[in-house]
Design a binder for this molecule. Structure first.
Ligand code: COA
Length: 196
């Protein structure tokens, strides 16, 4: 979506920046890795398809994405996304599927995903208030991700046998938005809308 096309969020150890065409080559390189393909349940794409993908994440109203940069080196380390679907019970509110990838192995186990997701969810709660439920689908072999989201207070919703994946959910409550606000302050996070 176009909502965040000029938005840069700076936290303690990460920067969230819009996914632009300059990022595609590195992104495409990452997605050649069979481990990342398996963990993210992704098929390898051609470079042309990856450019189309970047365009669709920028233009489609149901997709929100940021590239995650290491704050110190400003190099790309991953991405965090939201895919919006309609809520089963009410057309007024939306569900948001969260996806995260810390593609650079050297950046893992340092709290980067935790920080990026908290900053991202705070941004979503502030700017897309119709999102009332976050959910995540995690493959059975991805114990790291399961632990990560449980630590972030996502809770078991269902196991889908045919896809060998578990869905965890978290509703947007006052407690969640308050806790995200506190984390935002702890990370001394800032949001800048850069001019086009
Ligand atoms: C899963 C992933 C996003 C975690 O990113 P990260 O930056 O390393 O995560 P954090 O450092 O914030 O870790 C937060 C918690 O997640 C859990 N965790 C992360 N990596 C783990 C691992 N290798 N083994 C066990 N638990 C792990 C731990 O509970 C950890 O808390 P702790 O460090 O206090 O024990 C990262 O490993 C990744 O991108 N993997 C490949 C792609 C992927 O799986 N994406 C998710 C698809 S659903």
């Amino acid at each position: 979506m176009r909502l965040n096309e000029h938005t840069v969020i700076t936290g303690k150890s990460v920067i969230l920046t819009p996914y632009v065409s300059e990022h595609v080559e590195q992104y495409h390189k990452w997605m050649q890795d069979p481990f990342l393909q398996e963990m993210t349940a992704s098929e390898p794409l051609s470079i042309e398809e990856e450019y189309d993908n970047q365009k669709s994440w920028r233009e489609d109203d149901e997709k929100l994405t940021f590239i995650i940069l290491d704050r110190e080196s400003e190099s790309m380390i991953g991405d965090v996304n939201l895919f919006i679907t309609e809520n089963e019970d009410s057309a007024e509110v939306w569900n948001g599927e969260v996806e995260i990838m810390i593609a650079e192995e050297s950046a893992r186990r340092k709290g980067v995903a935790t920080e990026a997701i908290r900053l991202f969810m705070h941004y979503v709660c502030e700017h897309l208030p119709r999102v009332q439920l976050f959910f995540v689908k995690i493959g059975d072999s991805n114990e790291s991700s399961l632990k990560l989201f449980e630590k972030l207070d996502f809770r078991f919703h269902k196991h889908v046998e045919v896809f060998s994946e578990t869905e965890l959910r978290q509703s947007v409550t006052g407690a969640l938005t308050n806790s995200l606000k506190e984390h935002w302050a702890d990370y001394s996070a800032t949001l800048i809308n850069k001019p086009p």
